[in-house]
Ligand binder design. Structure first.
Ligand SMILES: N[C@@H](CCC(=O)N[C@@H](CS)C(=O)NCC(=O)O)C(=O)O
Length: 222
């Protein structure tokens, strides 16, 4: 039996979505973020030393990193319904999006989040304007343009493709769901990017996505 070690409001939601699409039996073990630090509880380190979510266990196997989890599930349980391409351009595209989501797109989104947090963090009053100024400047002149380049790229791809690999849903879509739905929910992606918005709407409209959402509980991005 597969166990999903699921943290509220986290990347783990995409794992519930793929499991629902594949119709594989699984159980969820719930973990709650510390409301102040947003960190996962220490107990998650018993499953994997980094204590991050998602992580799944499948029998004796422990699988961490959402890209690997999704690839593992598609290869192991999706051979008939969602076979990952094994050669050629489709293989390159599949692996590209699988790596791109966490390797290239998430870092500037996380940097932006950290600098936004700096602005509201408690600090001596005389430092606040300086910290705010640095955070604003960094987001406006460095991180913002970087995110725009990424979103232009993804928007152009989705203008030509219903799903990331074309006509059919693939593991690449599960992996791309977290950064894109978070970007729409936080208004990083606005109405000027209709294809990203439409893709996120298509994802959210899938019955399997809705089932995963119901089972996973608190999730601010859907
Ligand atoms: N690249 C990893 C990132 C995992 C990660 O940072 N997960 C976040 C949740 S979205 C987490 O566990 N945060 C809680 C913490 O760091 O304590 C993946 O895709 O699985």
């Amino acid at each position: 039996m597969i166990t999903v070690h699921h943290l509220n409001n986290s990347r783990s939601q995409r794992v519930l979505w793929i499991l629902e699409e594949l119709d594989v039996p699984y159980e969820i073990r719930f973990y709650e973020r510390d409301p102040e630090t947003m960190q996962a509880p220490e107990s998650l380190k018993k499953v994997h030393p980094l204590g991050k979510s998602p992580v799944i266990t499948d029998g004796d196997l422990v699988v961490a990193e959402s890209g690997l989890i999704i690839d593992y599930l598609a290869r192991t349980y999706g051979k008939d319904t969602m076979p990952p391409p094994d050669s050629g351009q489709a293989w390159l595209d599949y692996n590209y999006w699988l790596h791109y989501a966490e390797g290239s797109l998430m870092p500037p989104l996380l940097m932006r989040l950290v600098f936004e947090k700096v602005k509201t963090s408690p600090m001596p009053f005389f430092i606040k304007p300086v910290a705010r100024g640095i955070a604003n400047k960094t987001n406006q002149s460095f991180i913002g343009p970087m995110i725009n380049t990424h979103m232009d790229f993804v928007e152009a791809h989705l203008a030509q493709n219903t799903w990331f690999l074309g006509d059919r849903l693939s593991a690449a879509d599960f992996q791309m769901s977290f950064p894109l739905e978070a970007s729409v929910a936080r208004a990083i992606v606005g109405n000027n990017r209709p294809n990203i918005n439409a893709w996120v709407e298509r994802v959210h409209a899938r019955p399997a996505y809705q089932r995963g959402l119901e089972k996973g509980g608190e999730y601010d991005f859907a």
